[in-house]
Design a protein around this ligand. Structure first.
Ligand code: HMG
Ligand code: MG
Length: 298
């Protein structure tokens, strides 16, 4: 029969660009999203409706959303930390939003300026309004193996926060190794705890590649039954509140690994590598995708 489907969530335009120091022209962001749409990706996280005082790079969220081409069947989710962000996202015509919490108190404070419990309360209000407006809602949990401020994170805490986010009505929880410190066995141990509270079919894995472990960790998660993977074209990215965190795993590398392991991603790898090359040139650096470098050198 046909290869089993692996869903890729492209986070490059959001997670990839949010940490860039120089303000990137809106038209470049729009061109990136439109080019990604042409590669066959079915989910492209487009931007964040966050405070421009906290993340200036995402200050043009409204403009980005009104300029992109929205291909039927492709979704363009956006981040919404609070009601203000949600209302702006609704106005922009977003069909899916994401709330983002953490399994670490210090990271929650630095990233969204409230405690974990306060965030769940705040997200509850956001989720209810999103549901009223007919939007799908996704949840992120950051720092699922390590925190830049607290070090080791207890898998039981990850399970508790993930379950709390699911209970708010999220259709999926993306568990994030924000600073890329995890290793495959740690990822599996953490998943073991989380899947006791959240069905594997409702989990996504979100790996930053700071320590070069992202592909191995994704493979471990897929072996454990996870079928949705977040990644960023050309390996762009980093979190402004996780010092030293590098980009997400490169989408090109994930496509190469998983297509070669019997999964269907629906993505044209050569087109994607060209898009990664293009945005890297725009940003004045080499692509962070090893697969793209190899393919384009041929
Ligand atoms: P706060 O300062 O407590 O919020 O920040 P506030 O309600 O006191 O508002 C402060 C000012 O911001 C006000 O403006 C608000 O109007 C404005 P003023 O009255 O001073 O002129 N404001 C907004 N403006 C536009 N859109 C909004 C908004 N909200 C407030 N939505 C807040 C709290 C949550 C807003 C802030 O901390 C924030 O924006 N944080 C976002 C940080 C962020 O974007 N981090 C990166 C994304 S998370 C990530 O990358 C991890 C992930 O990839 C997974 C992983 O890797 O683990 C998802
Ligand atoms: Mg991230």
């Amino acid at each position: 029969g046909p290869d089993p489907v692996l869903i890729l969530i492209e986070v490059g335009p959001r997670d990839g660009l949010q940490n860039e120091k120089q303000l990137i022209p809106t038209e470049t962001k729009v061109a990136l999203i439109d080019k990604l749409t042409g590669t066959g990706l079915s989910v492209i996280e487009a931007t964040s409706f966050v405070s421009p005082k906290w993340v200036p790079q995402m200050g043009d969220a409204q403009k980005v959303m009104s300029a992109i081409y929205r291909k039927p069947g492709t979704t363009y989710p956006v981040l919404t930390p609070n009601i203000k962000g949600l209302e702006a996202a609704i106005k922009s015509g977003a069909e899916e939003v994401a709330i983002f919490g953490a399994a670490s108190e210090s990271f929650s404070q630095r990233n969204i300026n409230c405690s974990v419990d306060e965030s769940i309360e705040r997200f509850g209000v956001v989720a209810e309004r999103a549901r009223e407006a007919g939007l799908r809602i996704r949840g992120y949990v950051s720092c699922v193996v390590g925190c830049p401020y607290e070090g080791h994170v207890d898998p039981e805490v990850v399970a508790r926060v993930s379950h709390a986010m699911l209970s708010l009505g999220c259709y999926e929880i993306s568990i994030g190794d924000t600073i890329g410190v995890g290793r495959p066995k740690e990822i599996q141990a953490m998943l073991n705890a989380v899947t006791k509270r959240v069905p594997t079919s409702q989990l996504a894995i979100h790996c930053h590649d700071t320590y070069g472990q992202a592909l191995a960790n994704i493979y471990a998660a897929v072996e454990a039954g996870v079928r949705t993977v977040d990644s960023s074209v050309a390996g762009l990215g980093g979190c402004p509140y996780a010092k030293g965190a590098t980009g997400n795993v490169a989408t090109e590398d994930v496509v190469y690994m998983l297509e070669g392991n019997g999964f269907s991603t629906g993505v044209d790898l050569f087109k994607l590598a060209a898009v990664g090359q293009w945005i890297s040139e725009e940003l004045g650096r080499p692509t962070g995708s090893r697969v793209a470098r190899a393919l384009l050198a041929k």
